[in-house]
Design a protein around this ligand. Sequence first.
Ligand code: TXA
Ligand code: MG
Length: 345
Amino acid sequence: KTLVCKIDKDNIDIKKIKEFAHILRNGGTVIFPTETVYGLGANALDEEASKKIYEAKGRPSDNPLIVHIADKEDINKLATNINERAKKVIDRFWPGPITIVLKKKDIVPSTTSGGLDTVAVRMPSHPIALRLIKESGVVVAAPSANISGRPSPTDEENVLEEMNGRVDGIILGGDCNVGLESTVLDLTGDIPMILRPGGVTLEDLNEVLGNVIIDPAILKKNKNIVAKAPGMKYTHYSPKASVYIVSGEKDNVINKINSLVNDGKERGQKIGVMCINENISKYKGEVIGLGEDLNEVAFNLFKVLREMDKRNVDVIYSETFENNGIGQAVMNRLTKAAGYKIIQA
Ligand code: TXA
Ligand code: MG
C-alpha cells in the first residue's frame, strides 16, 4: 500500500516529511516533487533499493539514474575528478535544474549507474525535495516518476493516476514549475557536452563555461550515432496518440494543420492540435494551447500530452517552436514524443 500525503511547499509539515524520509532510509521508494518533474526516489547507494526503482517504472536496467543531493558537498562522496568546470556549474546553477556527469566513486553501485563508470548528480531547488533528502540522511536516486516511455508527470493528478500502488510513498506537492527534466551535462571529456537539453540552457552554460557542445545524437534521428545518455535512445514521452510536428512558415503551418484535421475527421479519427495560445482560435478539433511563451510551453507540454490521452485523441498535430533557450528542451521532448515525424508545411 502506498502512503500518499499532500505537503505544502510554502509551509512544509516536517512531521510528514520525516515519515517519507524514514521510508527512504529503510530502502523504500518515495515519489516527490522537484522543480523540473516529479521524481521516483530511493537510496542511491543501496543496490536493492535502486532495483525497486527500475521495477516500479518498468525501466531498462542499462539506463542510469540521477543521484539527488541536498548539500553541494555531498558530490565528493559520489564522484572523482571534480574539475574546475564542475565547480563553476555547481556554484552558478545549484540548487537547480542541471545534472552533471562525472567519474563515479566505487561506492555508487552499478545498478544506479546503469553499469557505467560515471555518475549523474543533481542538487534540486524544490524545498520539499531538499528537505526530504536531508531528513532521509541518504543520497537519492530519482528518475522521472513515470512508467518508462510515458511523459514525465509534472502535477499531482498524473502522478497519482500512474504510480499509486507501485511505490511505498507519494508526496503530492503541487505543480513542478519548469515542467521538463533537468539539463544533463557531461563533464568527463575535454569539452562539456549537453546530453539532454533542459531547464539550464546552452546559452546559460556558454556564459559560464565558454564552448559547450550538444551531443549530436540527440539533434536528429541517425542510426549510426548512439546517444551518450543511455536514456536518450529509448522511445520517450509518448502519449497513446501518434504525434506529428508540423513545421514551416506560420500561415502555412496553420493551413496545413487545418487540412490534416479535416482529413483525419473524414477518416473518422479524433484529432488533437497543440499550439501557442494566440493561435487557439485558428484551429478546429481538440485544440489545446501550450501557453503564451516558450517557458509556458515547457511547463505545459507533458501535461497536455497526457490530457490528449484522456480525451482519447487518435492523432496529435503540433506547431513547431523556436529551437533556442528553453525551446531546445521543448523541441527535443516534442521531437521524441513524435518519434521524429515532422511534416513540412
Ligand atoms: O529533472 C530531472 O532530471 C528529473 C528529476 C526527478 O530530477 N530526473 C530525471 O531522471 O529526468 P531520468 O532518469 O528520467 O533521466 C535521466 C537521464 C537519462 O537520459 C539517463 O540516461 C541520463 O540522465 N543519465 C543518467 N546517468 C548518466 C550517466 N552516468 N551518463 C550519461 N547519462 C546519464
Ligand atoms: Mg525520464
